[in-house]
Write a protein that binds this ligand. Structure first.
Ligand code: GAP
Length: 538
């Protein structure tokens, strides 16, 4: 089923999954708040990741596809770090997008996110620019061409389209470009670099001495703590350090709901291994991370693992793969990145030892300034690793699976959204909206519902609620007809409803209704916790 994004966005607001940040003041672009159900969903995603990657990791086991056993540990680093971190990592010089400004509308666009088509009519050839993509861009360029050339519907064949939708990066002459939302031609200014890091000032110093940045990724906190972790714990290579935390990027055009936000959460692993086994570890992590999404319910045909071709690879990388999802707001056949898994070789540890690196031939060397000194000096600390068993010293290679918690939440929401019919309490089919979350991710695991608000049923329901509450996210609801209560839970993605009815009072059994199959089974009240545990595990 293809999901209507407008309906999903409205459900997210109505049911308290996601709100626009500062909405009562008109909102602020690129920032989002998670409501009561949304915060549970996102927390469940982060908990599942932390459990499956870190806490639940069995370091004595060789996982399928892994070259050997390995260890996993965690970190929680500060958002603001020493500014030199970003100079050595390359973010200070290189973490930018190109933007184009429009003189007429005063709007700013990301150069590579503006598309359009060349068209000729009435002896004039112009490029009509839009910010949409695919079929939507075709429809929009047609409407704008009609208006610009002042044509009626019956004269639309006067428009001679020259190309399919192409990106503005393929256009050199801006004088004939009709900017998105502009009325005049040639109002777009040449592309300019724009660093995506948010700048702030630390302490009372407001000049450049006090300047610092909000981290644009959590990864660097792990690299600069590599030695601390090695020295303070007994981890031995191969091992991974995981971190979940907020990252900030001053995106030029945040868009597509939470997909491209200015504040978001990342779930990153830096996995340190011997250079000789790094390719095998790269393949292991790529496949392991892909499977994680499949196991949590992302349908395989909407999910894909895409290896970057050589031209796309960062200069230090031996391999990078993206785990991508066919989000419903993208044109058919297009996918959006959920996670990148990159082989980063020794680039990061060397950068923080020696200084910012650049490629020279096929070598990475410290970039020098005009004075012959390192352009951005490293820490000078030795971040190599000494293997006590093999007596070998080396700089570990790094495999980095880097995921976005907000993108994952959005993909799980899109995948879960479904409209179907289910019988009401009188057996009459009624349409319903249901979020078919994997039970591990569902914000509420079970709802406890007394069939009617009398005959001792609320008391028994409350007993059950109190019995379950310490261990499960359960919700008590006694308001309205039972059919309506089921539907409310379906819309929240609750996998099971537990109903206390007349029979409960006689034999201590309750019904457990399954959100997806709508099957109802009777189970003993004192078996409910065990049954929920079993279903959550299976
Ligand atoms: N340390 C590597 C790194 O940060 P990235 O591909 O730039 O790599 C990793 O980001 C993940 O973070 C992405 O796959 C995506 O899930 C998430 N992410 C990046 N930018 C984002 C944004 N503006 N809004 C939401 N999520 C974002």
């Amino acid at each position: 089923m293809s999901v209507d994004m407008d309906k999903l966005v409205s459900l997210c607001k109505r049911r308290g999954f996601i709100f626009q940040s500062s909405e009562i003041y008109g909102g602020i672009n690129g920032f989002w708040d998670y409501g009561p159900l949304g915060v549970e969903l996102k927390k469940n995603i982060k908990d599942a990741w932390w459990h499956d990657m870190v806490r639940g990791h069995d370091e004595m086991r060789v996982y399928p596809g892994a070259p050997s056993t390995y260890e996993m540990t965690g970190l929680d680093c500060a958002i603001i770090m020493h500014p030199q971190v970003w100079k050595c990592s390359g973010h200070y010089d290189l973490f930018h997008d190109y933007m184009v400004d429009c003189r007429e509308t005063k709007k700013r666009y990301r150069h590579d996110q503006v598309n359009g088509r060349w068209v000729t009519a009435k002896g004039q050839r112009i490029f009509i620019a839009v910010v949409s993509d695919g079929a939507e861009a075709e429809a929009e360029t047609l409407q704008r061409a009609k208006k610009f050339f002042n044509l009626r519907d019956k004269n639309l064949d006067e428009l001679k389209w020259e190309s399919p939708v192409i990106c503005l990066t393929q256009v050199n002459d801006f004088s004939q470009v009709l900017a998105p939302e502009a009325k005049e031609l040639g109002t777009l200014l040449p592309p300019r670099e724009f660093n995506l890091m948010f700048k702030t000032y630390v302490g009372a110093l407001s000049g450049e001495e006090g300047a610092a940045f909000l981290r644009p990724e959590t990864a660097q906190g792990i690299f600069v703590n590599f030695k601390n972790v090695c020295d303070s714990s007994r981890v031995r290579i191969p091992f991974g350090i995981a971190q979940i935390g907020k990252s900030f990027r001053n995106e030029i055009t945040p868009k597509q709901f939470t997909f491209r936000s200015r504040e978001f959460e990342q779930m990153e692993i830096e996995f340190f291994c011997h250079p000789n086994s790094s390719r095998e570890w790269y393949q292991y992590w790529r496949d392991r991370r892909y499977r994680w999404y499949v196991e949590l319910g992302l349908a395989s045909e909407k999910l894909r693992l895409r290896e970057h071709d050589a031209a796309e690879l960062a200069h230090y990388s031996v391999g990078t793969a993206d785990i991508e999802y066919a989000f419903p707001f993208l044109p058919p056949g297009k996918f959006g990145e959920l996670e990148g898994v990159a082989h980063r070789a020794d680039f990061d540890l060397r950068s923080h030892m020696e200084g910012k690196l650049v490629k020279q031939g096929d070598q990475l060397v410290v970039e020098l300034g005009a004075d012959g000194k390192p352009r951005h000096k490293g820490s000078g600390k030795d971040l190599s690793y000494f293997d006590e068993v093999t007596r070998e010293r080396f700089i570990p290679h790094v495999i980095e699976p880097s995921a976005g918690a907000d993108r994952a939440a959005l993909a799980f929401l899109c995948e879960a959204y479904c409209e179907d019919t289910a019988p009401d309490e009188h057996g009459k089919p009624q349409s319903r909206t249901v979020l078919r979350f994997h039970p591990r991710l569902a914000p509420i695991k079970a709802a406890v519902l007394p069939l009617v608000n009398k005959d001792g049923m609320p008391e028994r329901a409350l007993d059950l609620y109190r019995q379950l509450k310490p261990d499960f996210a359960v919700f008590y609801d006694d308001k309205g007809a039972i059919g309506r209560r089921y539907r409310r839970q379906d819309e929240a993605g609750t996998p099971w409803c537990l109903t206390i009815d007349g029979q409960t009072l006689q034999d201590n059994t309750v019904t457990i209704r399954d959100r997806d199959s709508l099957k109802q089974e009777r189970i003993r009240m004192d078996h409910v916790a065990e049954e929920l545990r079993r279903r959550l595990k299976s």
